[in-house]
Design a protein around this ligand. Structure first.
Ligand SMILES: NC(=O)c1ccc[n+]([C@@H]2O[C@H](COP(=O)([O-])OP(=O)(O)OC[C@H]3O[C@@H](n4cnc5c(N)ncnc54)[C@H](O)[C@@H]3O)[C@@H](O)[C@H]2O)c1
Length: 386
């Protein structure tokens, strides 16, 4: 695979970091036909990642989604390399997928900047860290961009693209073309705002669901049933949190709250569960208990949904959506696309809002602001939509 936009040609990709996301992004890129180098700090990490890729490709062969020859060809397009200079020497684009720790990312980019050719594009898969701040530590902020794949990259269609303040239009266009070329759908987050689009909507909602539980005494299952059957989520919000992992949610919470107090009203439960290693499905216990590490569904029903009014949750997610629009980071169409592909929403967010009534939602936010503080103040856009 080769693609060209403007004067950028991409056929060789280096993926830095072979963990949960990195090995998936490498597989997806190789499946599209790119030559991929997968780089990690230890050979044993790379061996494990290559094993996982092999397993995933074999599964696709068994399911007859690809032929055995295709599987072998995809696998052979991925070269695991530990040495950094060697790993990036042919790359036109480097996708960085190292752990979500600002100091580590900056250190990685400092090393990378020295060894990668000046024309190479740097794309970070960060979920919550500021793109502009990382970009400005490199010699090429205009060639630096956020490319946020979702977990698991092999299955999730959505990729958020986040240009930093200095990212050139050419690189933004090129990244959109790249995302298309790997058979994904891009949503552009036009501003480098905390949480980008999906995490800005999803992570605060987990905290709000904890508050809803405290304030109404509804059970986990009642809230989750309401989220699933009344709001059109594919599963309950606590289920989704357990599936995502409390480590991911806690980390995202800390980063987002650090940069913007208005985006999230942290509930102590999230940090407590993280400290107690109740990480969700992966640890056997989160909001719910799981008997093994396979994906298990909780019993939710329309009857249980009738016992919970989720207006507080709708008010929260809609207020954050309105903030994204008011601040020029997105628009309704892009938000709906992101919610459908990234959160699996079966019903558009603003349709749910219309059913409930924007006026009722604004009233709810004003009531919450009175009782629980300014955090809940409705975005002016919502008020203007009444
Ligand atoms: N896990 C998720 O659900 C998810 C979803 C979307 C985005 N992300 C983002 O993706 C990034 C990686 O997350 P992850 O869950 O894959 O982490 P992970 O811990 O599973 O993998 C990170 C990998 O990077 C390697 N690494 C560390 N330093 C390195 C270096 N200098 N060069 C190359 N590799 C190095 C580690 O050894 C490890 O294998 C983070 O920025 C995270 O926010 C994660």
């Amino acid at each position: 695979m080769v693609f060209q936009t403007g004067c950028v040609t991409v056929k060789n990709i280096t993926v830095l970091g072979s963990g949960v996301m990195g090995h998936g992004i490498a597989q997806v890129s190789a499946t599209a036909g790119y030559n991929v180098v997968l780089r990690d700090i230890k050979q044993e990490f790379l061996d494990k990642a290559m094993e996982k890729i092999k397993w995933s490709l074999d599964k696709m062969v068994t399911k007859e989604k690809i032929s055995k020859e295709e599987g072998d060809a995809i696998y052979s397009r991925i070269t695991p390399i530990v040495d950094l200079s060697e790993a990036v020497k042919d790359a036109e684009m480097i996708i960085e997928v190292v752990p979500e720790i600002m100091d580590l990312k900056k250190q990685v980019y400092a090393e990378l900047d020295k060894v990668a050719k000046p024309e190479v594009v740097f794309a970070s898969n960060t979920s919550t860290l500021p793109i502009t701040e990382i970009a400005n530590t490199t010699s090429r902020p205009e060639k630096f961009i956020g490319i946020h794949f979702f977990n698991p990259p092999q299955l999730m269609k959505l990729v958020e693209i986040i240009p930093g303040e200095k990212t050139s239009q050419e690189i933004t266009d090129m990244t959109q073309e790249f995302v298309k070329s790997v058979n994904k759908q891009a949503v552009l987050c036009r501003k480098d705002v905390p949480g980008f689009i999906i995490n800005r909507l999803f992570i605060p909602m987990v905290h709000e669901a904890c508050y809803l539980k405290d304030r109404t005494n509804a059970t986990l299952e009642e809230i989750d049933s309401a989220v699933k059957f009344k709001l059109g989520f594919p599963m309950g919000i606590f289920e989704l949190a357990d599936f995502t992992g409390m480590d991911v949610i806690h980390k995202a919470t800390v980063e987002m709250h650090l940069r913007d107090k208005k985006v999230i009203n942290p509930h102590s439960t999230v940090e407590k569960m993280f400290d107690e290693k109740k990480l969700g499905q992966k640890s056997g216990e989160g909001y719910y208990k799981y008997s093994d590490d396979k994906y298990e569904r909780v019993e939710l029903s329309e009857d249980l949904a009738q016992k919970c009014n989720p207006i507080q949750l709708v008010a929260n997610i809609l207020n954050n959506a309105a903030w994204l629009i008011s601040n020029g980071a997105s628009d309704i169409e892009e938000i709906e696309k992101a919610c459908k592909l990234g959160l699996g929403l079966r019903k558009p967010l603003f349709e749910t809002a219309k059913e409930i009534g924007i006026k009722n939602i604004v009233e709810e936010l004003n009531k919450l602001a009175k009782e629980h503080g300014e955090f809940y103040k409705p975005d002016p856009l919502l008020e203007s939509m009444i």
